[in-house]
Ligand binder design. Structure first.
Ligand code: PRT
Ligand code: MG
Length: 222
């Protein structure tokens, strides 16, 4: 198989992989290996011209940008943190909102914290988050000064032990917040996953990629 006819799709394990499977099925693509049962990072499909590479969710835009994958699926959160929210996606084309892996980006605080008073104009709060671009833009728009504390996980802990007043994190059922006695006080944005395409691949493999985009589009959940 010449490298010009092989399509490489970057996915992350877990919800994005699971929720992309029905879209792949609509394109006649079936992944023939189970990522939960194997340690392989390159998975084959029923089509000799399509393969899947498994990468960290936050690395999907990087692989696609550098041509390690032709296309990929990434959360809007990940894309904003990767490229900024000004639409400057250098080398990354985003043709479709796939409406999968849905959740929301929210601000949460301890139930006994008076958020409304804390964010009065000109005030200052301490915010722990993995999503520093989204958080700093959100609070800047509100005229609130923030001391951002960058964390890579378990953000819920920070307000509980007094390291932060608030967190900015993804929420889907709300169970994680509830279990840690935190309350959602503001929704920043709705999040879903997008298809991302390498600009050069779009030119070199135009027909194959166009067909994939079309099949995906026809199968987007309502
Ligand atoms: O987990 P890992 O560190 O490997 O990477 P990741 O967290 O970036 O990947 P993954 O697979 O967990 O998430 C991939 C994408 O799924 C994210 O970029 C989001 O766009 C999307 N998504 C949808 C979510 C959620 N829903 C979600 N609930 N990502 C994370 N969560 C987490 C959230 O951070 C919080 O810890 O789930 C917890 C809250 O869930 P509830 O249901 O308790 O509210
Ligand atoms: Mg995760």
């Amino acid at each position: 198989m010449s490298p010009f006819s092989m399509i490489t799709l970057a996915l992350s394990k877990g919800r994005i992989f699971e929720e992309t499977l029905p879209l792949l099925a609509a394109a006649g693509i079936e992944v023939t290996e189970d990522p939960e049962k194997s340690r392989k990072l390159i998975l084959s499909t029923n089509r000799p011209d399509v393969r899947v590479v498994l990468v960290r969710a936050t690395d999907v835009p990087t692989y696609v940008q550098h041509g390690g994958a032709d296309i990929g699926v990434a959360g809007k959160d990940t894309l904003i943190e990767h490229s900024g929210s000004n639409g400057d996606h250098d080398g990354l084309y985003q043709p479709l909102d796939l409406n999968i892996a849905k959740c929301r980006m929210s601000v949460a605080v301890r139930a006994d914290f008076d958020y409304a008073t804390a964010v009065k104009q000109g005030s200052r709060i301490r915010v722990a988050t993995k999503y520093t671009t989204i958080a700093s833009e959100h609070f800047a728009n509100k005229g609130v000064h923030v001391d951002l504390i960058k964390l890579y996980g378990s953000m819920e802990l920070a307000p509980l032990i007094g390291v932060a007043d608030a967190i900015v994190d993804l929420v889907s059922t709300g169970n994680t917040l509830k279990a840690n006695h935190l309350v959602e006080v503001e929704e920043i944005m709705q999040i879903s996953s997008r298809l991302v395409v390498n600009q050069a691949s779009l030119k070199l493999k135009r027909e194959a990629i166009r067909q994939l985009i079309q099949a995906f589009e026809s199968a987007i959940p309502a």
